[in-house]
Design a protein around this ligand. Structure first.
Ligand SMILES: Cc1cc2nc3c(=O)[nH]c(=O)nc-3n(C[C@H](O)[C@H](O)[C@H](O)COP(=O)(O)OP(=O)(O)OC[C@H]3O[C@@H](n4cnc5c(N)ncnc54)[C@H](O)[C@@H]3O)c2cc1C
Length: 461
C-alpha cells in the first residue's frame, strides 16, 4: 500500500465510490491507501441488523465466498476470515466437509483447506464495518448518484447526487476519481455516452437462470456431517441445489434452474418438492422438519454480461467501473464477489504504480485479466447446456463431454479433484487443469460413462 497520498488531478486528493456492495467496499479499501479522502455513496440505508436490502436483492440467496476470494479479502482486511468465524460464521473443510456434484459426478473429497460460509448480508455488514473503521473513509447513505460532472479535457471531476427516487439534485461532489461500483445495471458505461465517449462493447450470454431460496434453523447434526451440499445442473437435468450452513447455525437452501420450465417455485408448498432428485430423502425430510427463518425469495438472472472497457480507444479520465459493473458472471458458479475483490486488488496495484494519470486504461487492462478466465469458464459451462441459446449443438456436446470427462477423472483422482476445485474456487490457476498428468487422467475418462451418473447424493433414497 502506498503510504503517501497521490496528488489528485486538481489537488483535492478525493476519491468517490458509488455503491457500497462488495465491489465498492473493496474499492474503498484500495483507494484509502492512495487518497487523502475517500467517500462511499450508497443509495440504500442499512438495516440495524444485517438483512437483505433493496439494492442487493441477491443477498437472500446463497453467496459462497471462494477460498480465492477470501484470500484476497484477507490481504486487505487482516484477520477477516477468523473474525467472521468467531462471530458465528461456518468454516467448512474443503473438500472433506463439502459434497460437490458437478455434471452428475461427485468431486473426490480430498482435504484442501477451509471455506468460509456466511450469508451475504452478514459478510457485507462486517466488511462495511472494517471499511468504516478506516480513518479517511466516509460512508454516506440514502443518496443516489445520478450523473457525472465533467470539466472539459479534465474528464470526470465529480458526481451529482439526489435523494433516491427524487429528480432534484441535492449536491454535486468534486472528486479526482469517481468509481462506479453500482452493480450490473451499467450506469457507468451509459455515462460514457453522456460524456461524448463510446460505450464499451457488451458481451451477453442469455442463460435464463432463476433462483429461489429459503433460510432454515436446523438442529445440530440433523443434516448429517456435511456443512455444504452443491449439486450442479446437468444437460439432462438443468436444475441445481446448494445447501450450506452459514452463521449461527442457520442454513440456506438455494434452488435454481436453466430455462423457464426449470425455474424453482416460490411457494412454500412446492419449494422443497423441486429438490426431489437433487437432495437425498434424509436431507429433504430434515428440511421439512426444520424451522424456516425466512420466506422464499426468488431472483431471475437473465444473462451474464461483460463490458469490454479495455477495448475502448478513448476513455474519460477520472472515471472507472468495477465489480458487476464490468462483469456479471452467472451466479451458479459463485465467483462474482471474488472477481470484484480481485479487480480492487488490481486497482490498488495500478494506483501504487502510476497514480491517477491514465488510470482508467491501466486499470481496465488489469481488470480484463482478472475477469478473463472466470468468464471463459462460466460461459463454456453454460454453453454446454441445451437451454442456453446460441451455441452449435456439436460444440455444446463437445463441451459437455469435456466437463463430464474432467469430473469423471475428478471423482477418483485426487490431483484432478484439486485442480478442478482450485480453478472453480479461484484458489489456483485454471492452468493446473492443463498439466500433463491431469490432462492424461481426463483423457482416460473421455469415453462415455459406463455407469449411471450421480444425481442426488447417495443416502437412504
Ligand atoms: C442470485 C445470486 C447469487 C449469487 N451468488 C454468489 C455467490 O455465491 N458467490 C459470489 O461470489 N457471488 C455471487 N453472486 C454475485 C455477487 O452478488 C456479485 O458479483 C457481487 O455482489 C458484485 O458486487 P458489486 O459491488 O459489483 O455489485 P452489487 O453487490 O450489486 O452492489 C451495487 C451497490 O450499488 C448500489 N447502487 C446502485 N445504484 C446506485 C446509485 N445510483 N447510487 C448509489 N448507489 C447505488 C446498490 O444499492 C448496491 O449497494 C450472486 C449473484 C446473484 C444474483
Amino acid at each position: 500500500m502506498n503510504p503517501v497520498p497521490i496528488r489528485g488531478r486538481r489537488g483535492t486528493n478525493h476519491a468517490i465510490v458509488l455503491g457500497a456492495g462488495i465491489g465498492g467496499l473493496c474499492a474503498a479499501r484500495a483507494l484509502s491507501g492512495a487518497f487523502e479522502r475517500v467517500t462511499v455513496v450508497e443509495r440504500d440505508t442499512f438495516p440495524a441488523v444485517p438483512g437483505v436490502r433493496r439494492g442487493v436483492p441477491q443477498g437472500a440467496h446463497v453467496h459462497s465466498l471462494t477460498p480465492g476470494g477470501a484470500q484476497i479479502l484477507e490481504e486487505s482486511f487482516s484477520g477477516f476470515v477468523e473474525e467472521l468465524a468467531a462471530a458465528g460464521g461456518t468454516l467448512a473443510g474443503a473438500l472433506d466437509e463439502l459434497d460437490i456434484v458437478f455434471f452428475g459426478l461427485r468431486l473426490r473429497q480430498v482435504p484442501l483447506g477451509r471455506v468460509l460460509q456466511v450469508s451475504r448480508p452478514f459478510l457485507e455488514d462486517r466488511l462495511r464495518a472494517r471499511v468504516q473503521a478506516l480513518p479517511n473513509v466516509d460512508l454516506r447513505t440514502g443518496l443516489e448518484a445520478t450523473a457525472p460532472v465533467a470539466t472539459g479535457s479534465a474528464g470526470v471531476t465529480g458526481v451529482r447526487l439526489a435523494r433516491p427516487g427524487e429528480a432534484d439534485v441535492v449536491e454535486s461532489v468534486d472528486a479526482d476519481l469517481v468509481v462506479d461500483a453500482m452493480g450490473r445495471a451499467g450506469r457507468g458505461a451509459a455515462w460514457h455516452r453522456s460524456l461524448g465517449y463510446e460505450e464499451p462493447a457488451t458481451q451477453r450470454l442469455h442463460v435464463g437462470v432463476a433462483y429461489a431460496s429459503r433460510r432454515y434453523r436446523v438442529p445440530p447434526g440433523a443434516l448429517g456431517a456435511a456443512k455444504g451440499v452443491l449439486i450442479g445442473a446437468t444437460q439432462a437435468r438443468p436444475r441445481g441445489a446448494v445447501l450450506t450452513q452459514q452463521e449461527n447455525d442457520a442454513w440456506v437452501l438455494s434452488l435454481y434452474g436453466f430455462g423457464k420450465d426449470n425455474h424453482p417455485p416460490g411457494t412454500p408448498e412446492e419449494f422443497l418438492g423441486f429438490a426431489d432428485g437433487l437432495l437425498v430423502a434424509d436431507t429433504r425430510a430434515a428440511l421439512r422438519d426444520a424451522e424456516p427463518i425466512s420466506g422464499i425469495s426468488s431472483f431471475r438472472y437473465p444473462a451474464s454480461v461483460r463490458r469490454d472497457f479495455h477495448r475502448l480507444r478513448r476513455l474519460p479520465e477520472g472515471l472507472i467501473s468495477i465489480g458487476d459493473a464490468v462483469c456479471s458472471l452467472n451466479p451458479i458458479y459463485g465467483a462474482g464477489m471474488a472477481v470484484a475483490a480481485l479487480e480492487a486488488k488490481a486497482l490498488r496495484a495500478c494506483l501504487d504504480d502510476g497514480g491517477v494519470e491514465g488510470l482508467p486504461r491501466r486499470f481496465y487492462r488489469e481488470a480484463a485479466r482478472a475477469v478473463r478466465l472466470p468468464w471463459l469458464f462460466s460461459t463454456m459451462a453454460d454453453r454446454s447446456m441445451p437451454q442456453v441459446p446460441g451455441t452449435h449443438p456439436v460444440l455444446a456436446g463437445l463441451l459437455a463431454n469435456a466437463f463430464r470427462a474432467t469430473m469423471r477423472a475428478a471423482a477418483s483422482d485426487a490431483r484432478v479433484a484439486a485442480a478442478v476445485w482450485n480453478a472453480v474456487s479461484l484458489t489456483g490457476s485454471p492452468a493446473e487443469l492443463a498439466r500433463p498428468r491431469v490432462m492424461a487422467s481426463v483423457l482416460r475418462h473421455w469415453s462415455p460413462p459406463r455407469t449411471a451418473t450421480v444425481g442426488a447424493l447417495p443416502g437412504k433414497d
